[in-house]
Ligand binder design. Structure first.
Ligand SMILES: Cc1cc2nc3c(=O)[nH]c(=O)nc-3n(C[C@H](O)[C@H](O)[C@H](O)COP(=O)(O)OP(=O)(O)OC[C@H]3O[C@@H](n4cnc5c(N)ncnc54)[C@H](O)[C@@H]3O)c2cc1C
Length: 541
């Protein structure tokens, strides 16, 4: 008899984004079933540049320090992103001299380098600890929707055994070739495929060629090939990703078809700039370089996340990070809708918020691809390259789950310098060190599970209004702090300025650390106000 499984959320795909989705839903107490085609986590390193935003998210679920420790075993951190003609030869450009230069003030955490193959097992373990059921070697073979949810058939690859899963919601984290997206008939928009690229994994002792330079990503730009190297400690292994070969003005962009081992060796030597260094090929991964995003990220009870929703070239290291942000945006909303605290309409804000960010980030990755590795594509219609920090931390949301700051003020910013957002509704609440029991604590460490109201020292009435809202059904999870009073001190006296309020104002922060609403002072405070703000934000009639 076919097994019947009931679960609130079915996650299709158990790679970087599927595992993050399960982990973040688990953090909010939502049980998930994850099905993953492969029998284990990623074997290819792929993503390695993990943004500060991703590290902030991992910090809220208790794995930041573990990820940092493992990353240091694998890579020398704080490396440069630069370009050479060959590793042994001339340097062409330095895009980023040190991965964390100039960004340490904006966050309690740092960018790290750790490969997807090392990160995924850490996410998997934590997702499991938080209650996710993980079925590897299992395909989701079909699904249908009705007004109450999704019914999917899953099949274990080794046994052929099938089961029927009934879920209220389904998250498709099934990658760039998403079958779920295809089945739903959701089209992609963008630049299409511009290279049939390859990543060649190999062993070779390159330490001498690095000449003590600390390099995270090394673009190779020469008449033979355009691509990039990445090397792991102790610098005897890494990969060369290749996007095009031959004449840079009229390149061959299908690097993949007919690629032999001899040709791989030739290309690696052409990138290294030495012909006699022993090189052993480990494997070759074939992938399409493209820059596209799905026209919608939701259909009925099904949500697209990660590469299923937006696929971008690796230039900038944005793809996986953007997918983790999708999961982070969706998890708290699903949790509050599933437990009845929020109305189902809250879920519309997922697409309203994430689709523009996904599209913008995809364009930014494309702009980096063109300017760094493929000038032949031309810059007509290309977005100017924005500062990495603005892409990673400065993206802005406009939706019904944000009051003011966006739609209400006709502010159409998609991104900005996170140092300038000053807790404007729709932006990430700024990091600032406060003190608790004489120990430093980041404002960001107050967020992650509940709504949080931060009031200035004269904002007592806001805390009372929060107390009233918390006591009224449906009892939205809400914590209120008066900075400088409720056990949190502000030794530098920076809080009000950093959060764009006066000493009597208040800021309401969502569980994902984004500002939902703000009152600069106490002129409009009344006992019902926080309750009615929450009712509006959470789409409760
Ligand atoms: C060379 C390279 C370097 C990169 N570097 C970076 C970087 O530095 N930083 C960064 O952020 N990103 C980087 N990326 C991008 C990053 O790897 C992707 O964005 C990321 O893997 C997307 O994760 P995902 O979970 O959405 O999709 P995927 O990793 O593609 O996973 C989808 C999973 O779904 C499974 N699946 C599909 N269909 C089904 C089904 N029906 N049933 C069950 N399972 C199914 C698949 O087996 C797969 O494991 C890089 C990519 C490449 C190629």
């Amino acid at each position: 008899m076919t097994q019947q499984i009931e679960v609130p959320v079915l996650v299709v795909g158990g790679s970087l984004v599927g595992l993050s989705t399960a982990l973040l839903l688990g953090h909010h107490g939502v049980p998930t079933l994850v099905v993953e085609h492969h029998r284990g986590t990623a074997i290819h390193p792929r993503a390695a540049q993990i943004s500060q935003r991703t590290m902030e998210i991992l910090r809220t679920v208790g794995v930041e320090q573990m990820v940092r420790r493992r990353s240091e075993e694998q890579f020398v951190q704080d490396g440069a992103v630069m370009a050479v003609e060959t590793l042994a030869g001339k340097e062409v450009a330095w895009y980023i001299a040190n991965l964390n230069e100039g960004v340490t003030d904006v966050s309690p955490t740092l960018r790290v380098f750790i490969t997807q193959s090392l990160l995924e097992p850490l996410l998997k373990t934590r997702a499991f600890e938080l209650g996710a059921e993980l079925r590897f070697g299992t395909d989701m073979v079909s699904f249908e929707q009705d007004s109450e949810g999704v019914t999917a058939v899953i099949r274990e690859r080794d046994t052929g055994q099938t089961a029927t899963v009934r879920a209220r919601y389904m998250v498709a984290a099934d990658g760039s070739h998403s079958r779920v997206r295809e089945t739903l008939g959701i089209p992609m928009r963008g630049h299409g495929v511009f290279s049939k690229s390859v990543t060649i994994y190999f062993h070779a002792d390159v330490a001498a060629l690095l000449r003590s330079r600390n390099l995270s990503v090394i673009y190779v730009l020469n008449p033979v090939l355009r691509g990039f190297f990445r090397f792991e400690k102790p610098f005897n292994s890494g990969f060369l990703a290749i996007n095009s070969v031959g004449d840079p003005a009229h390149p061959v962009t299908d690097v993949s078809t007919g690629l032999t081992e001899a040709r791989c060796l030739e290309l690696i030597h052409a990138g290294l700039g030495v012909d006699d260094l022993p090189v052993a090929i480990d494997s070759v991964m074939h992938w399409d370089a493209s820059a596209d995003f799905a026209e919608t990220m939701r259909q009925g009870s099904v949500f697209l996340a990660g590469d299923a929703a937006h696929v971008m070239p690796p230039n900038g290291g944005f793809g996986g990070n953007t997918g983790i942000q999708d999961a982070h945006n969706l998890a708290w909303k699903l949790a509050l809708v599933l437990n009845g605290t929020a109305g189902p309409e809250l879920l519309s804000s997922y697409q309203d918020e994430r689709l523009p960010v996904g599209a913008f980030t995809t364009e930014q990755a494309y702009s980096r691809y063109v300017t760094r590795a493929a000038p032949y594509l031309g810059t007509t219609g290309m977005q100017p390259v924005e500062n990495d920090l603005n892409v990673e931390l400065g993206y802005c949301y406009r939706s019904a789950a944000v009051i003011g700051g966006g739609a209400d003020t006709r502010d159409t910013r998609e991104h900005e310098n996170p140092r300038e957002s000053k807790a404007r509704p729709g932006t990430r609440a700024p990091h600032l060190f406060l003190e608790r029991s004489a120990e430093p604590i980041s404002t960001l460490d107050l967020f992650g599970r509940n709504f949080v109201l931060l009031a200035g020292p004269e904002g007592k009435a806001w805390c009372e209004a929060s107390e009233a809202a918390r006591a009224t059904p449906p009892r939205v999870p809400l914590i209120a702090y008066r900075i400088g009073v409720d056990g949190l001190t502000d030794p530098q006296g920076n809080f009000a300025e950093a959060y764009g309020i006066t000493g009597s104002g208040a800021v309401l922060v969502r569980p994902d650390g984004f500002v939902a609403w703000r009152a600069r002072d106490s002129s409009e405070v009344c006992p019902e106000i926080i309750g009615s703000v929450l009712a509006k934000l959470l789409c409760r009639a």
